[in-house]
Design a protein around this ligand. Sequence first.
Ligand SMILES: *Cc1c(COP(=O)(O)O)cnc(C)c1O
Length: 438
Amino acid sequence: MTTLQDCRALDAQDPLRALRDQFSIPEGVIYLDGNSLGVLPKTAMARVAEVVTQEWGHGLIRSWNSAGWFELPQRLGDKIARLIGAAPGEVVATDSTSVNLYKVLSAALHIAAQDAPQRKVMVSERSNFPTDLYIAQALCAERGLRLQLVEPDEVAAALTPEVAVLMLTHVNYRTGAMHDMAAVTAAAHAAGALTVWDLAHSAGAVPVELNASNADFSIGCGYKYLNGGPGAPAFVWVNPRHAERFWQPLAGWWGHAAPFQFTPDYRPAPGIARYLCGTQPMLSLAALECGLDTVLAAEPLGGMVALRAKSLALTDLFIELTEQRCAGYGLGLATPRAHAQRGSQVCLTRTHPQDPEGDSGAYAIVQALIARGVIGDFRAGDPSTGPGRRGALDILRFGLTPLYLGFEDVWHAVEHLRQVLETGEWQRAEFNQKMAVT
Ligand SMILES: *Cc1c(COP(=O)(O)O)cnc(C)c1O
């Protein structure tokens, strides 16, 4: 049984420990929601203030050149590329994840329509993040395709000769289950389908090898494990073999080959730059760069490989301690135990021990934990996933970010969970009021 003393010893030996000092984390908070909104990098406060007062306030329009504003989406894209197995010049930081998904799915469907017009199906996972499914639904309706939703273990069987595009999120937001990107991409290609990978819960959380996996298209989120701030710009990567085959549909002037010639005709920029649309938010990009730098600061210490090793140790510990110390309260594990099959979060299912059909209490348990300073979140179960499936039950979700969490934090978080369950504190009315954002 791991003790508090053991956890302190693990922290003392942790080679990544000093990385935590990069962040401003409120006193008394154990933050287990970096998979939803990463914490504030200390540098972001001064950097955003500098952009406001100096670059905007003083530099004004000159800053597009003198402060490097115009190149910022590409410059940050090159930093993101280092975290996802892409090359310089292959990524841009821009727009939102949802918008970027629309661009790459459109491109994938366009290429499929040229190369294999008889293919009329897009495959994704039923438990994919809703915005991904909604964007896919809209595009399939517009292009006359059928969207086929399957369970994670049914993906391989779904890759029939009708399939044009396989769209998956690498690490599932609700369960933390991770696909083998290289193997799934190879299976899709063998079946003649293109792949679109959403890295929202992967970038900055697990090593990703887009080029080595031979993926086709990818997008990801700036405000989760990349610590870019609320609503931070997202990113987009297109395999160079596809990048110039198509204009993405939001063909705005920032994706033009020569935007300042102001020509009436659209001529797409070479490479990934054509995936830009219009003028980008410089304050947000400046904050995103501070977030990216917090992750890149791990490079001299082993980079994503070292972060991954610590993330697995933290998630293993969280699982071990909840199973040892919180047994008998209706909790289960939604996240796969196998290291190769999970991301950087632990998701616990909850059913009411006396009333399995009734309210699971998962929402209220999370609220009671938040009141104690242990911030995780709740995701409602999706019964359409089918009984017995991971994701069918209500979930308590805990993201464990190795950049700023320690082993002692995990010990205390589980101890709070144990106390919330043992005392029945979560049943208090104040913890049962649903708020707009869960
Ligand atoms: C967080 C997340 C998004 C977020 O999309 P936005 O456009 O930023 O709202 C999209 N897809 C997945 C899989 C996510 O986890």
